[in-house]
Design a protein around this ligand. Structure first.
Ligand code: SF4
Length: 349
């Protein structure tokens, strides 16, 4: 029987595991407190659990914490974590401080198969999905690197990969992040960003999670969006926006639309006006992201006056629109810049 990763189990499942190993349920709650509240990932250090129980746990389960290969600090205070997983795959997560917030940007896949034209991660192709434990493990690794007084306050699923293409692991990770007996985050502090997988949005709408949703829109016509984002050939703008309109948003919450501004491609005043029309009847806010250059990219960042003119048109029409200057640009950690070279495959024994 294969051993289970304890970081993938919700508190009630840890209780069930404890019962199966002949202990009372409350041992499961103690275990959850060590893992999720105290951030202790060594069974031997869980001093209030009986020695016999810890040794049986060690036979049936493990704690698959990713190994921190390196942490690269940026001039703007953000830090890129390169993490190595058990099979040697590497992923990245990014810690971004902003006033009293400390946001962790999480990956959900090794690479990404959606091939958006402006995104460096998209050039990698998809290697594999992450498990829920590997998603949660990114927060565990970040917490270990932080001083005791600092806490990750917000989580965004905007790193490598498309969260809704790894639906089950993403939803399990969201449950671990929000369960009061696990990490206990308010769902309002968590944002899932999608390239626009309509079936995934419809499934997520039926979960009781109430997390924020961000849509990578990036264009206002099917023609341009289809060129920038191949996913638009499966779900056109009209289907995507219909799914957004039906998504049950909690009161006072708005859906975020991400729009990367590419010089001469999607940044005209006509684009801005079309965007206001597309977003009618959605409680929307727009994040305008001036393109982050990367080597060999065919795109450029628009000049500042054009960025501000685009924003002004949205604001005139009553749409909240913020220009988001990405963090971590100098360390290759900004939006669309995450990429890790593959390691040579290990020869199997
Ligand atoms: S933007 Fe997101 S979905 Fe598109 S290729 Fe990059 S990581 Fe994948």
């Amino acid at each position: 029987m294969s051993r289970v990763d304890l970081l993938s189990l919700l508190p009630p499942e840890l209780e069930t595991l404890s019962r199966r190993l002949g202990e009372d349920r409350y041992r499961g709650r103690q275990l959850a407190a060590w893992l999720f509240k105290k951030g202790v990932y060594d069974l031997e250090a869980m001093s209030d659990l009986p020695r016999e129980f810890r040794s049986r746990l060690g036979e049936e389960a493990f704690i698959g914490l990713p190994e921190v290969e390196r942490i690269t600090p940026s001039q703007d205070g953000s830090r890129k974590f390169v993490l190595r997983l058990a099979d040697g795959a590497r992923i990245q997560s990014v810690l971004m401080p902003d006033r009293d917030r400390l946001t962790l940007c999480l990956s959900t896949q090794v690479g990404c198969g959606f091939a958006c034209a402006f995104c460096l991660t998209g050039t990698m192709g998809l290697d594999r999905n992450l498990t829920a434990a590997e998603i949660v493990g990114q927060l565990a690794a970040a917490r270990l690197a932080l001083p005791p007084e600092s806490r990750v306050t917000h989580l965004v699923f905007m790193g490598m990969g498309e969260p809704l293409a790894n639906y089950d692991a993403t939803v399990r990770a969201l449950r671990l992040f929000t369960h009061p007996g696990a990490f206990g985050y308010s769902p309002r502090r968590i944002t899932v960003s999608t390239v626009g997988l309509v079936t995934g949005i419809q499934r997520l709408a039926k979960e009781d999670l109430k997390v924020n949703l961000a849509i990578s829109l990036h264009a206002t016509t099917d023609d341009v969006r289809g060129r920038l984002m191949p996913v638009n050939r499966s779900w056109a703008l009209e289907d995507l926006l219909a799914a957004c309109r039906r998504f049950p948003l909690p009161v006072r919450q708005r859906m975020t639309f991400e729009y990367v501004l590419l010089d001469g491609v999607n940044d005209s005043p006509e684009d801005a006006r079309r965007l206001t029309l597309l977003l009618r009847r959605v409680r929307a806010k727009v994040n305008l992201i001036p393109f982050n250059d990367w080597e060999r990219s065919e795109f450029r960042r628009p000049p500042l006056p054009r960025i501000l003119a685009f924003q002004a048109i949205l604001l005139e029409q009553g749409i909240t629109a913020t220009v988001r200057w990405s963090k971590g640009e100098d360390i290759g950690a900004a939006c669309g810049q995450l990429k890790e070279p593959r390691l040579p495959k290990m020869a199997s024994a």
